[in-house]
Structures are given as structure tokens and as C-alpha cells.
Design a protein around this ligand. Structure first.
Ligand SMILES: NC(=O)c1ccc[n+]([C@@H]2O[C@H](COP(=O)([O-])OP(=O)(O)OC[C@H]3O[C@@H](n4cnc5c(N)ncnc54)[C@H](O)[C@@H]3O)[C@@H](O)[C@H]2O)c1
Length: 246
């Protein structure tokens, strides 16, 4: 029996990368895991890797009807929604003076509006249960305003603020809402960077290296656990010391 035995967890954008690692960590602790992603094919393939404990439920977090259906299907299949991890996210980097409006809209829609829509669909279930945990995946970019990421940093800073509002509004129903702000983590997202950029980034990190997906999964599981029962509205930066909040 793992720490999350029989808990039902929805993880958005979990077909690969950080989301997939978070799903693996919950599955290893006995949770029933809903692998959700806009990419239906890789969503099904990932769920299959985890066996009977996991189920694939594709959904685009920007489409209200799809996220509502995701929550309904999860309830119908497993009976509850105990934990929601809002992980789906994208980047479309560029200098803000030249940033295309569609790149602004795309990133804000998926990262911030997707977190809002998904949480709005799952929160009523948790409020009724008088228990639940929402963990949002922000980014240190949203804390320090990374160069070339006007859209992404704004979306992630928005997630930090949304986390605080939801935490205040849901605390009376015993629902915790927190965020994890990853620093630079070794994934497909950071593989796109050139070696020069990676070297420059590593120089700025006190630990001198990028983090691993496991580092993020560990923080998410802590915030979703009873060990974090008295923590809400917080953003934990998991970044090797890249940013330090005052
Ligand atoms: N990799 C990093 O260094 C890093 C750093 C800080 C924050 N993050 C955040 O961590 C999260 C995961 O990042 P990752 O590196 O694993 O990225 P990734 O690109 O490997 O995975 C993101 C997943 O989200 C899915 N997705 C995209 N749009 C979607 C939508 N509209 N609806 C549902 N799913 C959608 C993608 O299909 C993909 O499977 C993101 O929110 C990202 O912003 C990553």
C-alpha cells in the first residue's frame, strides 16, 4: 500500500516530460492515475506503460467542454477526483517587441486559462468531498521574468497569483492549492536550447546543473500529501537555487 493508495489523480499534459514523471511517481505510490494530454496517441501509449492503475483521457485544457468531460469521466470511472496537477504548458519564446499576438494568445490560453478552466471543473467535486489538492506547475520564469519570455513569464506569474486566489477561496472546504515553480529541468522543452545557452544557464544555477524531472515530481507529491496539509497558496521553486524569494 503506497502513500496515495486509492487516491484519484488527474495530471494534464502527462503524455511526456515532467507530467509523465509526476504520473509515474503517483502510480508508484498506489494512486489511480488519469493521464490526460492534447496528444491522444501518446496519451494512450503513456497510460499503457503504467498498466491497470492508469487510464488515458485525452483533453485540450483550453476547451471548457473537454475539461468538464475529463472530470465527469474520471468521476464515473473512479468515483472521485482527489488530486489535480495542472501541468500542461508550452513556450513560444521571442523578444516582446516582436512577439506575435498569436504567440501571446496561445501561451496564455494553454498555460493560464487552461489552469483556470481545469481547476474550475475539478474544484466543485473537491469542495463537495470536503477534501482535495490542486498543484499548479508554474515556472521560475514567472518569478523573475526570464528574457525572451513575455508570454510565458506572464502566464506563469498569473498561475502564481491564481494559486493564491484559489487557495483562499477553497480553504474553507479543506482544499489545498499550491504551485511548484521548476527552474531549468532536463526535458524536451530544454533540449531545444543550444549548448552555449545551456552552459550559460548552468553558470547561473548555484548547483551548476539543470534539475531532473524527478525533482519536480518529489515536490508535487509532497504538496499533494497529508504532510503538506497546513500549506496552501504557496509556490515552491525547485530550481537548484536559481531564484531565491525574499
Ligand atoms: N522543462 C522545464 O525546464 C520547465 C521549467 C519550468 C516549468 N516547466 C513547466 O512544466 C510543465 C511541463 O513541461 P515539460 O518540460 O514536461 O513540457 P513538455 O513539452 O515535455 O510536455 C508538455 C505536455 O503538455 C501537453 N500539452 C500542450 N498543450 C496542451 C493542451 N492544450 N492541453 C493538454 N495538454 C497539452 C503536450 O502535448 C505535452 O505532452 C509545463 O507547464 C512547463 O511550462 C518546465
Amino acid at each position: 500500500m503506497g502513500e496515495f493508495a486509492d487516491k484519484v489523480v488527474i495530471i494534464t499534459g502527462s503524455a511526456r516530460g515532467i507530467g509523465k514523471e509526476i504520473a509515474a511517481a503517483f502510480a508508484a505510490e498506489g494512486a489511480k492515475v488519469v493521464i490526460s494530454d492534447v496528444n491522444a496517441e501518446s496519451c494512450a501509449a503513456t497510460a499503457q506503460e503504467f498498466g491497470a492503475q492508469a487510464i488515458a483521457m485525452p483533453a485540450n485544457v483550453t476547451v471548457k467542454a473537454e475539461v468538464e468531460n475529463l472530470v465527469e469521466q474520471t468521476k464515473a470511472k473512479f468515483g472521485s477526483v482527489d488530486i489535480l496537477v495542472n501541468n500542461a504548458g508550452v513556450t513560444r519564446d521571442g523578444l516582446f517587441v516582436r512577439m506575435k499576438e498569436e504567440d501571446w494568445d496561445l501561451v496564455l490560453n494553454i498555460n493560464l486559462k487552461g489552469t483556470f478552466l481545469m481547476s474550475q471543473a475539478a474544484a466543485p467535486v473537491m469542495m463537495k468531498q470536503r477534501s482535495g489538492k490542486i498543484v499548479n506547475i508554474a515556472s521560475v520564469s514567472g518569478l523573475f521574468g526570464n528574457f525572451g519570455q513575455a508570454n510565458y513569464a506572464s502566464s506563469k506569474g498569473g498561475i502564481v497569483a491564481l494559486t493564491k486566489v484559489m487557495a483562499r477561496e477553497l480553504a474553507p472546504r479543506n482544499v489545498n492549492v499550491n504551485a511548484v515553480a521548476p527552474g531549468f529541468i532536463v526535458t524536451a522543452m530544454t533540449d531545444k536550447l543550444t549548448d552555449d545557452i545551456k552552459e550559460n544557464i548552468n553558470k547561473q544555477i548555484p548547483f551548476g546543473r539543470m534539475g531532473q524531472v524527478k525533482d519536480i515530481a518529489n515536490a508535487v507529491l509532497f504538496l499533494a500529501s497529508e504532510k503538506a496539509a497546513y500549506i496552501t497558496g504557496q509556490t515552491i521553486a525547485v530550481c537548484g537555487g536559481l531564484t531565491m524569494q525574499s
